[in-house]
Ligand binder design. Sequence first.
Ligand SMILES: [Zn+2]
Length: 66
Amino acid sequence: MAGSKRTNEKKLYRCPECGLHYEERIWAEKCEIWCRENKSCSREITAHAQENKTVISFPVPGSGKG
Ligand SMILES: [Zn+2]
């Protein structure tokens, strides 16, 4: 495949109710339904949102003990 442009951005699914983004559509759908019915967000669902995912840097294996 020849691609002149590469996008780093993943396809994200957005909850139209609260605007949070999810990698998986199932969460966006859950969120949308929840938001619509409850008029607020579920912590359990929004925890999966990109906005709430923190990037954790893990130590390089093999360079710890010595
Ligand atoms: Zn939502």
